[in-house]
Design a protein around this ligand. Structure first.
Ligand code: NAD
Ligand code: MG
Length: 398
């Protein structure tokens, strides 16, 4: 590949776990990729280091004050990166006409508008931000279809399923001979803990995942199994599946990243070391394959693969998410918003681990109805669910 054919990449959330892994893969292939924009919420020092290493055209921070600081630091080093601030700037760097690829790796609902902007602009969208799809699955998939965007899932399970499905898989799984999607789950760090021990879990324990190193929010979601619930919803949208067509399989080794079962009895699986650089490299290079810096899987060292069902009574967030998808409308928006409020409160020591599920369940029973067919009603449901959850928290701690 010549330098003129280099793909221009925007990395939304470049300072996070997925963002830094993305830059690690990009750095291995300077002849293929060039960074257009990098964005961070508040981690300005990390963003400065990334700007010096990757020389993007644009850098985005949340506040104008942080942007001013970064401008001054880059100016002192004679670097010409335009530094801008605010949520609209995130959408601008996602839809910029010079951009080919957008890595959507902002965490939570904050990633919705820029991820959607990339989809609407017809980019190759590498979607890590699962909350965007949970909130606006119908709108997102319509935007992709309308614009001709290429949507490649980065969540390791969905990336695995994508690799196990025929290249054209829209229009319902049955049409393609697929009977079920098998969504693997590590089971999180508390799979084998007693109920009494789980009741005392601290944020530090919840963020220490046995197999994956991830941001704090998704680490807590993995521990409650809400992550698997969000992924179930994500899979429904990505693969035109119903919740009943998706079976969660607890697989503690995290070597099989998910599977597709076919009507003829075949089960296709994708395996690999648990390292997000594999799905990221897949998304960047698809349909080609490139080095991701990931060690080859040593099956003899893995030695055995175990499987069990998920304990939905002990981890109610998973059935709550399935129920929200079955209910449809804005129920997944409410689930996601209440979960974000609950996780933040847990990380701040304002809510106990087991109360995360209680708060989500309570929010789902609140009278927040509506269709999820326009962005305004999605954003309004998100707002109302957050207010409801915050009110519950206030009463709870009073
Ligand atoms: P992280 O917390 O490590 O990073 C989040 C990034 O988003 C940071 O760059 C941060 O600056 C930015 N950000 C946070 N809040 C923001 C806001 N309000 N506005 C703008 N930017 C903001 O998170 P992560 O683990 O990298 O996860 C990112 C996304 O990818 C999440 O949606 C997560 O569910 C998904 N994901 C992550 C993994 C993983 O292994 N980490 C795996 C699968 C999916
Ligand atoms: Mg995942």
């Amino acid at each position: 590949m010549t330098s003129t054919a280099r793909q221009r990449v925007t990395v939304l959330g470049s300072t996070g776990s997925i963002g830094t892994s993305t830059l690690d893969v990009i750095a291995r292939h300077p002849e293929r990729y060039q960074v257009h924009a990098l964005t961070a919420h508040t981690s300005k020092e990390t963003l400065l280091a990334q700007c010096l290493a990757f020389r993007p055209a644009v850098a985005v921070l949340a506040s104008e004050r942080d942007a001013e600081w970064l401008r001054a630091e880059l100016g002192q080093r004679q670097q010409v990166t335009e530094v801008v601030a605010g949520p609209e700037a995130l959408c601008d760097v996602a839809r910029d006409s010079s951009v080919d690829v957008v890595m959507a790796a902002i965490v939570g609902a904050a990633g919705l508008l820029p991820s959607l902007a990339a989809a609407e602009a017809g980019k190759r969208v590498l979607l890590a931000n699962k909350e965007a799809l949970v909130m606006s699955g119908a709108l997102f998939m319509q935007a992709v279809a309308r614009s001709g965007a290429t949507l490649l899932p980065i969540d390791s399970e969905h990336n695995a399923i994508y690799q196990c499905l025929p290249s054209e898989h829209r229009g319902g799984l049955a049409r393609h001979g697929v009977s079920q999607l098998l969504l693997t789950a590590s089971g999180g760090p508390f799979r084998t803990w007693s109920d009494a021990a789980i009741a005392q879990v601290t944020p530090e324990q919840a963020c220490a995942h046995p197999n994956w190193s991830m941001g704090r929010k998704i680490s807590v979601d993995s521990a409650t199994l809400m992550n698997k619930g969000l992924e179930l919803i994500e899979a429904c949208w990505l693969f035109d599946a119903t919740p009943d067509q998706i079976q969660v399989v607890v697989h503690p080794q995290s070597v099989i990243h998910s599977m597709a079962a076919y009507h003829d009895g075949s089960v296709l699986a994708q395996l690999g070391n648990p390292d997000m650089r594999t799905p990221i490299a897949y998304g960047l290079a698809w349909p080609e394959r490139i080095d991701a810096g990931v060690e080859a899987l040593d099956l003899f060292q893995v030695a055995r693969l175990d499987f069990e069902t998920a304990d939905e009574a002990r981890f109610p967030c998973l059935p709550l998410a399935r129920e929200a998808m079955r209910l449809g409308g804005v129920a997944p928006v409410v689930l996601n918003a209440a979960n974000e409020v609950a996780v933040e409160a847990f990380l701040d020591h304002r809510l106990r681990f087991l109360e995360i599920g209680n708060l989500v369940e309570e929010a789902l029973s609140a009278p927040i109805g509506g269709h999820a067919d326009c962005l305004e009603s999605v954003l309004s449901a998100d707002q109302r669910a957050r207010e409801h959850a915050a009110g519950w928290l206030k009463r709870w701690s009073a």
